[in-house]
Structures are given as structure tokens and as C-alpha cells.
Design a protein around this ligand. Sequence first.
Ligand SMILES: O=c1ccn([C@@H]2O[C@H](COP(=O)(O)OP(=O)(O)O[C@H]3O[C@H](CO)[C@@H](O)[C@H](O)[C@H]3O)[C@@H](O)[C@H]2O)c(=O)[nH]1
Ligand SMILES: [Mn+2]
Length: 449
Amino acid sequence: MESSATLPLHVCHVKKTELVINRLHAFLHGIALLSLFYYRITSLADIIRNRDNTLLLPHVLILISELILSFIWLLSQAAKWKPVARKTYPERLPGDEKLPSIDVFICTADPNKEPCVKVMNTVISALALDYPPHKLHVYLSDDGGSVATFRAIKQAWKFSKLWVPFCKKYKVKIACPEAYFLTDDESGPDGKFQSNEFIVEKKEIETRYAEFKEIVAKIIADTSISVSKDHPPMIEVIDDANDDGIDSNQREIPLLVYVAREKRPSHPHHFKAGALNVLLRVSAMISNSPYILVLDCDMYCNDPSSARQAMCFHFDHELSPKLGFVQFPQKFYNINETDINDGQQRSVWSKWEGLDGIMGPILSGTCFYIKREALCGTQKFREDVDFIKLKKCFGSSNEFIKSISIYHKRNYQIEHKFRENKVEEELQLLASCSYDDDTKWGKEASCGV
Ligand SMILES: O=c1ccn([C@@H]2O[C@H](COP(=O)(O)OP(=O)(O)O[C@H]3O[C@H](CO)[C@@H](O)[C@H](O)[C@H]3O)[C@@H](O)[C@H]2O)c(=O)[nH]1
Ligand SMILES: [Mn+2]
């Protein structure tokens, strides 16, 4: 019997029936196109020979449109050529102590368009990911700098202190409370209807969730939800004021950080890409995890095992050096019940499964686990690289450069240092709107996701 260390962490299985159907369809479609072009070219030759000028222009226009459509069809074949399905085996991963840490970046911009309760559900679902809590750090970027969002995240944190242990205890499969209470999921440790204890606890937590929603609704009613375009940076760790003494390894709930970057009307903020750049810098000073999960505020983690599943690819020694990110499908649930346009976009995602031949899928902008190194690219710097060159890339913060450099250990900035004044000042600088002016951010360093 193979030991779990030698068993694969993931397997890729080719969907043979679909492969045959797709290729046969491509073949028939290709023949039909060739016949069409044969007909079109011979007709054009006749028209030119007979000097029939009235027919010439329509035929040329139709030929051009057919050429364009056929070219688009040809490009779309890459996604259908070799459809595959992947299976991961998270149970074969090494123990929790060997797992790398993950920073989760969630972006929100406007509580008028992105309802606070939904944004908080995304935050709560990320906190409830099935991953060692001291190796998970959740950052919410609030581009609107909204007081309501800041007050709501504190309530989300309070509710998470009940919700996360409940999810862990009963191995809840839907980590987003709003989605969980909409289903009849009675799953317990075995995915079966559980004991009385479970039913009582579920009822209790449902009541607490209803209270949480009421409080958030009251916050929205009482607080201005206007979006600010002119505010200084604000970075705050959301936790109980007096849990300073807690060793981070003992934490039951992941670290939660609220980040509102500086915004000034005179300064371009580059929307979500700008917010992610700030999160990349700020998180480097606090947790500096080697892996990052990026989520839009309306994209909750519908499968708490996604972090471990992503690690099955990142832990594959052969694949890992070539792997930048693991992209999960974006599923859309809150669509019209009578939707006839496939608003869930299932067809799109099944095609992405066939993109292996062209080095994998594109990055959709959300729901992906990316390597910090893939964004920062520090490995290409040689050991003797001078600080001035690094500053041209990464900006003026020495502390930040130290944190991302491969010559410094990960998590070098242990979390409780965060409250020291020096670090606070550095964070304000890193979240300022002019930090990356005249640097190579977005060009040679970091992201423009
Ligand atoms: O100034 C901004 C504007 C937007 N966002 C956030 O960016 C995300 C995506 O913006 P949204 O307006 O929802 O764009 P969509 O068209 O729905 O998003 C799709 O398209 C975007 C690129 O156009 C990708 O970045 C997204 O991941 C992808 O889901 C949301 O969480 C926003 O809160 C910011 O943080 N700051
Ligand atoms: Mn969106």
C-alpha cells in the first residue's frame, strides 16, 4: 500500500466522452466552414469574372463577417479540446503545523450598492474557512471609508466568535450563515441529521444571526452610508480590546483587519487594483502570508475546504514552481428564479476546465489563491541587489522591503508588534494614496488585478 506521502494530492481526469463529442463537433463544423468558404470563393471568382459589380460588395462583406466569426469559433475550440475534471485529496496534506499561512483580501467600495449584511457574510465565511485559525488572516478593504462598514465589521467579528466554533464543531459545509440558514442542511460531523444538541445549538445560532442582522440594519439606519472620496488611511485590527495577551497560536478565530486606504479627489485610486495593492503592502507588515485569497465582497466562500483544496496544487512539488494561482469557479446564486440566460454562468466555467493546453485558465479577478511571490516577484532579485533599486520598485518603506524580501523570514513581523507606534506609522505610509507614485508598482512590482 502506498503511504499518504507518496499518494498524489490531486488527480486530473480527462472527460473522454465530452472530448470525443467536442472534437467530432469541431471536425464537422470545420468541414461545414471549409465548404462555405469554398462556395464563397468560387462565387466571388464567378462574380469577378462576369464583372457583376452589384453582387461584389455584398459578397465581400459577407466573406469578411464569416472570416471574423470563424476565427472566433477557432479560438473557442482551445477551451473544448481537452475537457478535464480535477479531484483533490486534502486529507493527504501534511499536518496543520506544516501548512503555510493565507491572507484573505476582500474588497468593498460602497454600502449603497453592496449591502453591508452581504459583505459581512463574505467576511464571516472567510473567517470560517476550514484552516488552522492562526494561519488565516482576513483583511477587508473598504474603499468607501464608510463608518457603517466599520461598525458592521465589529458586529461580524462578534457573531463569528459563535459561528466559527459552531462550523468547526459540526463540520458545517456552508460557511456563509445567510446561505446556510436558507438551506435545510442538517449536517453534523457525518453529514447526517444530528443529535438534539446540534438542533438546539443550530436554533440558538440562528437566533443570534437574526439579531446580528437586526443590529447591522440599525447601524445602516442610524449611520451615514455616504461614500467618502477624501479621507486619511485607517487600519484597525478588529478584536476584543483586552485579548493582547493571547498567543496567536491559541487563537480560535483568524485575525480580522479593517483597511480603508487614503483617498484624495486629486489622486487616481485605480479602483479594485489600487485597493489590492494597498492590501498587499499592509498585509506584508502584519501577517505576510505566502498565499493570498482574493474575494469580491459578494463572493462568499461557499466551500470551507477551498483553502485546503488550493493547497493540494500549491503543495505539489512538481507543479508548484510553475504555478502562480489556483482559480475557483465564480458561481452566481442571487439571480432571478426564472432566469433563462444561464446567469449562473455554468457553461462558462465548464469551458475553463479545458484551458490546460494554453497554460490554464485566466485569472477571473476573484475567488483565486495566488502566491505572494507571483505578485511581488522578489525571487528575481539577486542577493547583492541594492536597496535603492528595490525602493524604485517597492516604494520608500524600508520595513516593507524587508518584509517581502526572500532574505527575511515569513511572518517576521509578529502580530502583537502591530500596535507599536513605529509599525502604525509605517502602515499609514503604505496605505497612503501617493505611496506608489514614481515607483514600478503595477509595472514591474505587484499587481494590476
Ligand atoms: O473602487 C473600487 C471599485 C470596486 N471595488 C471592488 O471590486 C470588486 C469588483 O467590482 P464590481 O463593481 O463588483 O465589478 P464586477 O464587474 O462585478 O466584477 C468582475 O469584474 C471585475 C473586473 O472588471 C473583477 O475585478 C471582479 O473580480 C469580477 O468579479 C467589488 O468587490 C468592489 O467592491 C473596490 O474595491 N474599489
Ligand atoms: Mn461584482
